[in-house]
Design a protein around this ligand. Structure first.
Ligand code: CP
Length: 322
């Protein structure tokens, strides 16, 4: 089919955002384009539009988060939703209430959406089957973190003006990373050339079948790259010894200025955060002129506004100030 003959999408087909796996390339582009309009709202003096007025959004985070939780909350407030955060540590979860019972009780209060982060892969799919509210995946186990991949793609497109044909090198703890999985799905759907690199112990099976090139040699991964995306070593998910020491890991796989020099001169450096400085990335690289790490954080608000807006099914963006 000639893509030029296909009218642009104006809505998402699905009610929930459970993963990039469910999105078509056109839907991904729709979210990124909508996020551009949302970013403009965030540059105004009064950063608020009435789009989700009267809708209630519950942020239900069973795992720690700084960037995702705060940016969802800011996004919800900028869209005028009634938003609330469930503090798991002071909820009845500590008395043993299950995820399903927690969700059903929150559901009884008729929220429009539930933004869920949970340690179990598939937790969001489970709630999507039992809840009337739209479920937004804010990271489920080692499965997916779709809004992270969307904000990463938005940031790459903003800098490089395209995604197709770019060489993207993803280096780090591939085994435990939901960010990796969502990014591989998204970047390959939009035509990027994806390389992934880690010690053999941190490479999950099945990556080659996802259309990426796998290597254990970091110099090969970053050679001529347009984008270097570093992934955090997830020590909290490691039960055994996956590498001899953090010092050894940094020596072999850490992103240093010398390694960055092998990429294209205008390479951008990304990291979803939080950063382990001196483990997967040197501070000079994380804080250097090619780093877009804080741009990723800033763009997270616009991308999450776009996702919430599109899932709410509004016909058009109401850009009038509140
Ligand atoms: N990137 C990311 O998910 O960060 P948080 O864990 O702080 O939300």
């Amino acid at each position: 089919m000639n893509p030029a003959a296909t009218p642009p999408l104006t809505a998402l087909k699905q009610k929930h955002l459970l993963g990039i796996a469910d999105l078509t390339p056109a839907e991904i582009v729709l979210i990124l384009d909508t996020a551009e309009a949302m970013k403009e709202v965030g540059q105004r003096t009064i950063k608020k539009v009435p789009t989700l007025r009267g809708r209630t959004v519950i942020n239900l985070f069973f795992e720690p988060s700084t960037r995702t939780r705060t940016s969802f909350e800011i996004a919800e407030k900028r869209l005028s939703a009634d938003t609330l955060n469930v503090a798991i540590a002071s909820s009845s979860v500590v008395k043993g209430e299950t995820l399903v019972d927690t969700a059903m009780n929150l559901e009884a209060m008729a929220p429009s959406m539930i933004v869920l982060r949970h340690a179990s892969s598939g937790a969001c799919h489970l709630l999507s089957r039992i809840c009337q509210a739209a479920i937004v995946n804010a990271g489920d186990g080692m499965h997916e973190h779709p809004t992270q991949a969307l904000l990463d793609a938005f940031t790459i497109r903003e800098r490089k003006k395209k995604l197709a044909g770019l060489k993207v090198a993803i280096v780090g703890d591939l085994l435990h990373s939901r960010v990796l999985r969502s990014n591989v799905l998204l970047l390959t759907k939009l035509g990027a050339e994806v390389w992934v690199c880690a010690p053999a112990t941190l490479i999950p099976p099945g990556l080659t079948q996802m259309g990426v090139t796998v290597t254990t040699r970091v110099d090969e991964a970053v050679e001529g790259a347009d984008v270097i995306m570093m992934l955090r070593i997830q020590l909290e998910r490691m039960q055994g010894a996956y590498f001899p020491s953090q010092r050894e890991y940094f020596r072999t796989f850490g992103m240093t200025e010398a390694r960055v020099a092998r990429a294209k001169p205008d390479v951008i450096i990304m990291h979803p955060g939080p950063i382990n400085r001196g483990v997967e990335i040197a501070s000079e690289v994380a804080d250097g002129t090619q780093s877009v790490i804080l741009d990723q954080v800033a763009n997270g608000v616009a991308v999450r506004m776009a996702v919430l807006y599109l899932l709410a099914g509004e016909p058009q963006i109401n850009t009038a100030a509140d």
